[in-house]
Write a protein that binds this ligand. Structure first.
Ligand code: FE2
Ligand code: FE2
Length: 186
């Protein structure tokens, strides 16, 4: 009875490598740090996408900070606070992404030369409060689209990067929702 059950149960070794194999694989290419042979994504592609996301976040920091300092008008005080919070949250996203790029053996690109070109969203200065809110909302919607696509590509190929991006995506969705409701009030 016990023997029959043992024969039909799937062997754990069919999906988990044995200790010897795991240890051997970890010893190979130790210069690659956190990237082991079981890393399933195209690392160069992931690094390029993450550097584009980094540029996007940095452009968002700059745009939100400009909007924070320039927001004026009757409703500006509440909106200003929101711009500052968003700028700080985009900076935190940039830091998370830069850290992950280094973990994957890449280099975060902070070069101001070409920053706007690498970014998915544009830097639109915006003059009135309505312009600013609209441009910020457009930028958030671009970020939501690009993070959603990156998450769909990564799936289980690089679960750590995917989870990080899922966390960032949730914040971008909050930003977009807040901007849309503020836009209705101005
Ligand atoms: Fe962000
Ligand atoms: Fe955002």
């Amino acid at each position: 009875m016990a023997e029959a059950a043992a024969q039909t149960a799937p062997s754990p070794s069919s999906f988990i490598s044995d200790v010897k194999t795991l240890r051997e694989r970890a010893r190979r290419h130790i210069e690659e740090g956190a990237v082991t042979p079981s890393y399933g994504a195209d690392k160069d592609l992931v690094l390029r996408l993450l550097n584009e996301a980094l540029a996007t976040e940095l452009v968002c920091v700059l745009r939100y900070r400009r909007h924070y300092f320039l927001a004026a008008g009757a409703l500006a005080e509440a909106v200003k606070k929101e711009f500052l919070v968003h700028a700080q949250e985009e900076q935190a996203h940039a830091d998370l992404i830069a850290e992950r790029i280094v973990q994957l053996g890449g280099e975060p690109n902070f070069d101001p030369e070409g920053l706007a070109g690498r970014s998915h969203s544009e830097y639109v200065a915006g003059k009135t409060l309505t312009d600013m809110l609209r441009e910020d909302l457009i930028a958030e919607r671009i970020a939501i689209e690009s993070y959603t696509e990156m998450i769909a590509y990564l799936q289980d190929k690089d679960a750590t990067t995917r989870r990080m991006l899922e966390g960032i995506l949730a914040v971008e969705e909050e930003h977009a929702e807040e901007l849309a409701s503020m836009l209705q009030k101005v």
